[in-house]
Write a new protein. Structure first.
Length: 504
């Protein structure tokens, strides 16, 4: 389970209640228990349960926790994980950040800041990452894989396998890569798996073969013209690919490579032109939900199975290079001898040429033997085979994986809530920040628990336009009231100008 989370039976020694757990635990102890809890500044987070109820978060958390009890009633594990995810949404990514939460019953969170490692591609120190995330084109997290840090060519097969589990059966998949993640090996794996790919072409951009074509597209309810050109190009070590060129002000602004020759080019351009949507996922998910924080620094020491260069292969390659030099030297010596006018022709024909030929033949056979020997030696092997004493310290990825489920659940809940709010707010620039800071983390309110229902009374935001949009959103949510995991009581929401708890 999560490091730093101490839990036992509800009410037992050391047990601490989390938001959303306390009412359940006490309700089980006495069915007639009621409570009206005033939680200034964090009550807005209760709106996230509207998303959790729609995606059946209880089943997801039960699977992540590995509990045999689907309802999580014995130790309230599902409720604990749900409450922890809500705390991530409140902005606590690490234990130190948790200390500044204003919720009275938040409970300890797991997570420490990740150490920094050297990024060879960018030439600077950065936080260590051990996860590969797959997001939808709108920024919603879909799946992830975690483990020992490695390149995309290694992690893609695992991530693609998880993506297939998350996607509906038979769904068509197109993977989008940034410039740094695109390589022929990755493209070939996508082709072998029947998955399309799309990426940005690295500079320098190629000169388009044809003239641009004007196309009118509609994005976000707005119509605009796109100037583009399409053609087929060759990618080394892969084959034919589709190239789409975007023109702006008469100049080439962007080039895209794709494997799908049938998709609408203007639609692909509209997706990838706004590339910051994908990059913002990593940026803001890290800042707001701590997806690059790790569970702890406790590691298990085990035999290293990482594939590394084989020293025997390097030794054999050195022998081949030496044999190549000997052969080249023999041939060069023969050429010098033949070109030397001071040596009589008779001496060359009868003595020197036969001797040089034997030396060249001998050097050639030595080179052939060295190459044959090298060919039998694998270039790379697991470190434990090369050195039986090779060890590696691996962080406990199961704990990080469980944390990531909670963090991404919080991220997607906030993503859904902000999208629904913006349907009424119509503020494409600030709707995410308004949802996160003003509503989820800023609204005070009163939560009333009764045996039959849960009522959340939220303080009206200071902005009239946000108040109007939130009122419409609450009306929408209340048409299908959600519930807490492991709790059948419906949650209804309302706006109020007063925070006085009702008398019960």
């Amino acid at each position: 389970m999560l490091a730093a989370l101490t839990w036992s039976r509800p009410g037992g020694p050391g047990w601490r209640a989390l938001p959303g757990m306390l009412p359940q635990a006490r309700r089980r102890a006495g069915r007639g228990w009621r409570r009206a809890a005033s939680t200034p500044g964090t009550t807005g987070a209760m709106l996230l349960h509207a998303f959790a109820g729609r995606v059946d978060a209880g089943a997801i958390l039960a699977a992540a926790a590995g509990t045999k009890d689907r309802d999580g009633l014995r130790y309230a594990d599902v409720a604990l994980l749900s409450a922890t995810s809500i705390c991530f949404a409140l902005g606590a990514a690490t234990t130190e950040q948790f200390k500044h939460l204003t919720a009275a019953c938040a409970g300890p969170l797991a997570g420490q800041p990740a150490g920094k490692g050297w990024n060879n591609k960018r030439g600077r120190a950065e936080r260590g990452h051990a996860g590969t995330h797959v997001t939808a084109h709108d920024g919603r997290a879909v799946c992830f894989v975690t483990g020992e840090p490695s390149g995309l060519a290694v992690t893609l097969p695992l991530a693609l396998a998880e993506l297939r589990k998350a996607a509906p059966p038979g769904a068509a998949i197109m993977l989008g890569f940034d410039r740094g993640g695109a390589c022929p090996q990755v493209f070939r794996h996508c082709r072998d798996q029947g998955v399309h790919w799309v990426t940005y072409r690295r500079a320098p951009l190629a000169v388009p073969a044809g003239l641009p074509v004007l196309t009118t597209i509609t994005t976000g309810g707005k119509r605009r013209q796109v100037a583009r050109a399409g053609e087929t190009v060759q990618i080394k070590d892969y084959g034919d690919a589709r190239q789409i060129t975007l023109f702006e002000h008469g100049q080439v602004a962007l080039q895209i490579l794709a494997s799908d020759f049938a998709a609408c080019p203007a639609e692909i351009l509209s997706w990838l032109e706004s590339r910051w949507r994908e990059e913002n996922f990593l940026k803001y998910a890290s800042q707001n939900y701590g997806i690059d924080a790790i569970c702890d620094y406790i590691a298990a020491v085990q035999a290293s199975t990482k594939v590394i260069g084989n020293p025997a292969r390097k030794t054999a390659s050195t022998a081949v290079h030496k044999a190549e030099k000997n052969l080249a030297a023999a041939r060069e010596a023969m050429a010098v001898m033949l070109a030397d006018p001071a040596i009589p022709a008779t001496a060359k024909n009868q003595i020197l040429i036969p001797a040089a030929s034997k030396t060249i033949t001998k050097a050639g056979k030595a080179l052939a033997r060295a190459e044959a020997t090298r060919g039998k030696i694998p270039a790379k092997l697991p470190a434990s085979i090369i050195d039986p004493d090779a060890k590696v310290a691996l962080l406990r990825t199961e704990r990080r994986g469980l944390q990531m489920v909670l963090r991404l659940l919080a991220h997607n809940a906030g993503h859904w809530l902000s999208s629904r709010l913006n349907a009424y707010l119509r503020d494409d620039d600030e709707y995410r920040a308004i949802t996160r800071e003003t509503i989820i983390r800023g609204l005070a309110g009163v939560i009333t628990y009764t045996p039959a229902a849960i009522t959340v009374s939220l303080q009206q935001p200071g902005s009239p336009r946000v108040t109007r949009a939130l009122a419409l959103l609450l009306e929408e949510i209340n048409t299908a009231p959600p519930s807490l995991p492991c709790d059948n009581r419906p949650i209804t929401y309302q706006l109020t100008a007063s925070l006085t708890p009702p008398s019960i």
